[in-house]
Design a protein around this ligand. Structure first.
Ligand SMILES: NC(=O)c1ccc[n+]([C@@H]2O[C@H](COP(=O)([O-])OP(=O)(O)OC[C@H]3O[C@@H](n4cnc5c(N)ncnc54)[C@H](OP(=O)(O)O)[C@@H]3O)[C@@H](O)[C@H]2O)c1
Length: 316
């Protein structure tokens, strides 16, 4: 009889503050508030204990409502949840960092978050418009601020106990090296796009060597073309194991040592994405060496402009 080794509750060690982080995470980049609340509640009920939010998603209050409902229903306690939110590009100036976290905590209805992440390394012109542009539609960056300046303000939030740890997102390895070199408090987590078509081994090796958890967003390829879930290598492995291609892609993510954030508004997909178990070694190797594609779906890493958020949504 084959033993099925579940990966649903794997905890990843982070050397920089929060202790262990659940590898299996639910992302809340969902445009509609009601749908966000329902999906977050379904994810809690399915067993997810790691949630990723952002002020830029414009729906932190809906996530907070779902968590409160889950706590009131006795499904979960706040201390069982690993909750992350992110500082938006227009709030990189040090004096804007603490107010931005406080506003996120108010919307989420929590005292503190477990990780506070700089959403992208690009500072935009500070202000209320999350997508500041000039008359010709060009992004207005803020040349008066460096990522190191913002990082120091983030470190102060940990000193003050306002968040348990801090992290970065949409960052290149070169830029990550710079921050790790100057950081007094190192990033606990780095959130980047990663899936079988964008494997990021070099970044993962660097993170592992420095006690940082690499958190993969779009682990299913964000349902974009070419579709990761239609890949023949993944489909063949899934068919051989009696699982779905999504379960294979997510198991691969955890088994190679990353956390992941998947998102769904479909309760069946949400349950399916939590029920993941270990792959045989040859399947792990085949995904690593047999797919041979290198495709980035989200160009946010080059510009700071989020590829998956429509420009008219998520404001406020
Ligand atoms: N830091 C950043 O800049 C950044 C950028 C993007 C995303 N993120 C974070 O990462 C999270 C995840 O990103 P993502 O939405 O791209 O993740 P993803 O899980 O790769 O893609 C989600 C898409 O896959 C579909 N899907 C989910 N489970 C499925 C399954 N079992 N079978 C078939 N299709 C399935 C969903 O559709 P259904 O709803 O129909 O299931 C949805 O269209 C976001 O919510 C956000 O928290 C961060």
């Amino acid at each position: 009889m084959t033993t099925i080794h579940s990966l649903s509750h794997v905890m990843l060690p982070s050397a920089h503050g929060p202790g262990a982080i659940p590898a299996v995470g639910f992302g809340t980049l969902i445009p509609d508030a009601t749908v966000t609340r329902r999906a977050t509640r379904a994810a809690l009920d399915a067993g997810f204990r790691h949630f990723d939010c952002a002020e830029r998603y414009g729906n932190e209050a809906a996530v907070g409502d779902a968590i409160r409902e889950g706590i009131e229903a006795g499904t979960v306690r706040r201390e069982d949840i690993f909750l992350t939110t992110k500082l938006w590009n227009t709030n990189h100036r040090p004096e804007r960092v603490r107010p931005a976290l406080e506003a996120s905590c108010r919307r989420l209805a929590v005292e503190t978050v477990d990780c506070y992440i700089i959403h992208t390394p690009f500072a935009f012109q500070p202000g209320e418009d999350p997508d500041p542009r000039d008359g010709e539609g060009r992004v207005l960056y803020d040349p008066g601020i460096t990522l190191a300046d913002t990082w120091r303000a983030m470190e102060s939030l940990v000193d003050e106990g306002r968040c348990r740890s801090i992290g970065l997102s949409d960052i290149t390895l070169a830029k990550l090296r710079e921050i790790v070199a100057i950081a007094r408090i190192k990033p606990a987590m780095v959130q980047v796009e990663s899936h079988p078509y964008l494997q990021e081994w070099e970044l993962l090796d660097f993170c592992r060597a420095h006690g940082i958890v690499l958190q993969a967003f779009a682990p299913l390829g964000h349902a974009m073309e070419p579709r990761v879930l239609e890949d023949t290598v993944l489909k063949d492995i899934a068919a051989g194991l009696g699982r779905t291609p999504a379960q294979v892609a997510l198991a691969w993510a955890v088994q190679r040592g990353t956390a992941f954030l998947t998102t769904s508004t479909n309760p069946d997909h949400i349950r399916e994405n939590f029920e993941i178990s270990a792959l045989p070694d040859d399947a792990m190797e085949e995904i690593r060496h047999g797919i041979g594609k290198d495709i980035r779906f989200n160009s946010v890493v080059e510009t700071g402009v989020p590829g998956f958020i429509p420009r008219t949504e998520g404001r406020g």
